[in-house]
Design a binder for this molecule. Structure first.
Ligand code: BG6
Length: 488
């Protein structure tokens, strides 16, 4: 037992920022890149429809046909990103100026295997990541690489309906192993899949499956997850063989569920909602399907196609750490649709004690402390908070300055609670804020929803100079890192 209470963040705490290839790179058709699922997330003007969270991340096979036939009618912002592909050196220099210890980014699957079916990787695709990693090393910034962050070869979606097919396991493991071999001497921290539990929200974004081509959405989400579990474990196996010292993690979108009242029925529902959210690390960190899910599947008539060896693979190759994103908490109550709501981003039940972001996401820093403690108590594995942040509109003043004190307040309050949790004894490896540089929103494909410390001059339609500038939060976060979280 650790008897001494240590206040604050440990030495070597990994401070930094996080991004994903499809939201920053652009250069859609360069150097042999193939088309990915995210290249077909068309922007739908939320101001025209009056729907702030106008999610663009579920694409049906009919929509894909329509987009292909009428490319000029639509805008696909994830194809242009923020041009990180050409400006990575400038961006990394800014991260270094803030003192980043770690930078989370993803490798675009289609840059390495353009259709997903090739047996040899695309050298020109790797050449780009060679440069990014070399640049990070120059500043002693650790790369933290996500292998699959909400994109995959569109060819695999069309041929197999994405992760509905077992065939995808080999395709993914081939991609993962190629990345491990290439970067075995340079990259220690890896995440196999981003927020696998979001398959329940968007089958297309999470699993590359067209929702109109499955009979039962929930069944399809869990089937895809099963194949991803096996693929992730096989990637851990390959990773450990190639780089025995590497640390490979899983990742979920963590949404803690509070009961609406102290009525036992509501409390029970909160427990169930939490079990559904934690099902993913349960499998990937503990190595087995929890029995509560067997009952859930049975009662929902969900039947998964599995092979007997899958469960041994899952048992043998668990992850080293649990990465997660944290943006909000939910409230739940005893109602017929409570289980379905547990897997979703939007909740109709509001928490009267919490303020909302402009996009309606409840802000709950104390919930972060609760969740850190809960997850650590449960898994006793290191945790890594790899996404957290405030999506907000920023105003550029006449002199070019951007006073984003709302973002500073948001992150400050979360860091304070993280510090409390670390003092409670939680083993937290690091903190990478989401969208440390403004990027294209995953959910809505817009630019207006900004998370960055670094402003990027570009609007929702892709107009702008793409010039980078420092917001007030840039200087604030620099201080936080410099003082290892002491000066907030
Ligand atoms: C996470 C994703 O769920 O949320 C990111 O991993 C995403 O890719 C982030 O950008 C914020 O969501 P949004 O929709 O505001 O971009």
């Amino acid at each position: 037992m650790k008897t001494k209470v240590e206040y604050g963040f440990p030495k070597g705490f990994l401070w930094g920022g996080a991004t994903a290839a499809n939201q920053i790179e652009g250069a859609c058709l360069e150097d042999g890149k193939g088309m990915s699922t995210s290249d077909y997330a068309a922007y739908k003007d939320p101001y025209a429809t009056g729907e702030v969270n106008n999610f663009t991340f579920n694409v049906t096979s009919k929509e894909l046909e329509e987009y292909r036939a009428n490319e000029e009618k639509y805008k696909f912002p994830k194809r242009w990103g923020i041009d990180f592909y050409h400006r990575y050196a400038e961006d990394i220099a800014l991260f270094a100026e803030m003192g980043f210890k770690v930078f989370r980014f993803s490798i675009s699957w289609v840059r390495i295997f353009p259709t997903g079916l090739e047996t040899e990787p695309n050298e020109a695709g790797f050449a780009f990541y060679d440069k990014v990693i070399a640049e990070l090393k120059k500043y002693h910034i650790e790369p933290l690489i996500t292998l699959s962050h909400y994109e995959m070869p569109i060819v695999l979606s069309e041929k197999y309906n994405g992760w509905q097919s077992r065939e995808l396991i080999d395709c993914f493991v081939r991609f993962a192993a190629a990345c491990f071999k290439r970067y075995k001497n340079d990259v220690k921290y890896w995440i196999t899949f981003n927020e696998m539990n979001m398959n329940l929200n968007s089958l297309y974004t999470g699993a590359g499956s067209f929702p109109d081509k499955v009979d039962h959405l929930e069944q399809a989400a869990y089937q895809a997850s099963h194949y991803q579990f096996v693929a992730s474990s096989l990637a851990v196996k390959a990773g450990k063989e190639i780089m025995p010292d590497a640390k490979i993690g899983c990742m979920i979108n963590r949404i803690e569920s509070y009961a609406k009242t102290c009525r036992p029925e509501d409390q029970l529902q909160a427990l169930k909602a939490d079990q559904i959210n934690l099902f993913y690390p349960e499998v990937q960190a503990r190595g087995e399907y929890p029995s509560y899910m067997s009952r859930y599947f049975k009662e929902k008539n969900i039947m998964l196609e599995t092979e007997p060896e899958d469960f041994q693979i899952i048992r043998d190759y668990t992850v080293d750490f649990i990465a997660f994103s944290y943006y909000m908490t939910h409230v739940t109550e005893d109602r017929p649709d409570a289980n379905e709501l547990a897997g979703k981003l939007d909740s109709p039940i509001k928490n009267p004690y919490l303020k909302l972001t402009e996009w309606g996401w409840p802000i709950d820093p104390i919930g972060l402390r609760i969740t850190l403690n809960k997850m650590y108590d449960r898994y006793k594995k290191p945790l890594f908070l790899v996404e957290n942040g405030l999506g907000a509109r920023d105003k550029v003043e006449a002199d070019g300055s951007i006073h984003d004190d709302y973002r500073i307040d948001y992150i400050r309050e979360h860091v304070k609670q993280m510090k409390e949790a670390v003092t409670d004894g939680v083993d937290l490896m690091g903190y990478t804020t989401w969208g440390c540089i403004d990027l294209i929103s995953c959910g809505t494909s817009e630019m207006t929803k900004r998370y960055g410390f670094i402003y990027v001059d570009q609007d929702d339609e892709g107009n702008g100079t793409l010039n980078r500038s420092r917001k007030d939060s840039f200087y604030w976060y620099k201080k936080v890192i410099e003082t290892n979280g002491e000066e907030l």
